[in-house]
Design a binder for this molecule. Structure first.
Ligand code: ATP
Ligand code: ATP
Ligand code: CA
Length: 221
């Protein structure tokens, strides 16, 4: 079954709105790109279904674009918080179903929430959180909490420790954690010996105090 094509409008073609617009268009969706800056609109003519110059705070302009028929409208007006709020208000008054808005700060967020924005986006914070999770999960395969203080983690061996023995790494002495087992594909080496070698992409099953495990993960591998 072919995926149903949704209709989107993106208002404000800065870095955030511009990326949203280009990506939606690349995915094959109908995208109306709106900005009050002519140069921006020209730039996005090739990355949208239609690109138009309009002041989004002007209700009549939005009406003439048939904005109420769009399933999603993304408001990505950044620095001009007043315009962002007014545009959002107009869109919700016109009963656009999904109005997603980029917020600049906590105050902006609060107002957007009050006037009915359906989703409020903080791109920098959201991306920061995702990056943090990604960086950690690159090494942490699994995590078992034994108590408030102790855990067992599965850590993916990095290039940094490729070809090292447990003696080389000196895990217990340096980090106070014990490697219980080393998984390599289907094979599992339980109670590894001090001179067993670790290769990149092996999974190390490590037990220890949470703080020690964190230290090993961050500094030891
Ligand atoms: P980013 O950080 O995503 O690059 P920004 O936070 O710097 O964006 P701005 O550059 O302030 O955001 O605004 C994004 C776009 O919104 C600009 O291209 C600007 O021309 C457009 N814009 C601002 N006000 C309006 C408005 N009233 N109607 C339509 N477009 C507007
Ligand atoms: P220790 O009392 O520090 O364990 P040891 O003389 O018994 O020293 P070995 O057992 O040969 O020494 O191991 C040398 C070092 O290798 C240990 O100090 C420890 O840091 C590390 N090591 C060996 N096996 C493990 C393991 N399963 N998990 C974590 N570290 C290990
Ligand atoms: Ca900005």
């Amino acid at each position: 079954m072919a995926e149903k094509k949704k209709q989107f409008a993106v208002i404000g073609l800065g870095r955030f709105g511009g990326s949203v617009c280009k990506e939606l268009y690349k995915m094959g969706h109908q995208v109306l790109a709106i900005d009050n800056n002519e140069a921006k609109v020209n730039e996005f003519a090739a990355h949208s279904t239609h690109a138009v110059i309009a002041n989004a705070t002007d209700e009549k302009s939005l009406q003439s674009l048939g904005i109420r028929n769009f399933e999603y409208v993304i408001v990505a007006i950044g620095d001009d918080i007043q315009s962002s709020i007014l545009t959002t208000l107009v869109l919700k008054e016109m009963e656009v179903e999904n109005v997603w808005v980029k917020a600049q700060n906590a105050y902006h967020h609060k107002v957007l929430d009050k006037i009915g924005a359906d989703r409020i986006i903080h791109p920098e914070q959201d991306m920061g959180i995702r990056i943090a999770q990604h960086v950690t999960s690159e090494k942490i395969v699994d995590y078992i909490e034994l108590s408030d203080e102790y855990s067992i983690v599965e850590l993916l061996a990095t290039k940094k420790i490729h070809n090292s023995t447990l003696i080389d790494l000196d895990v217990r002495a340096k980090f106070g954690c014990t490697i219980l087992a080393i998984k390599r594909g289907e094979d599992i080496n339980v109670s590894p010996l001090p001179d067993d070698t670790i290769y990149e992409k092996d999974v190390l099953i490590v037990i220890g105090h949470k703080a020690d495990l964190k230290r090993f993960e961050e500094e030891g591998m």
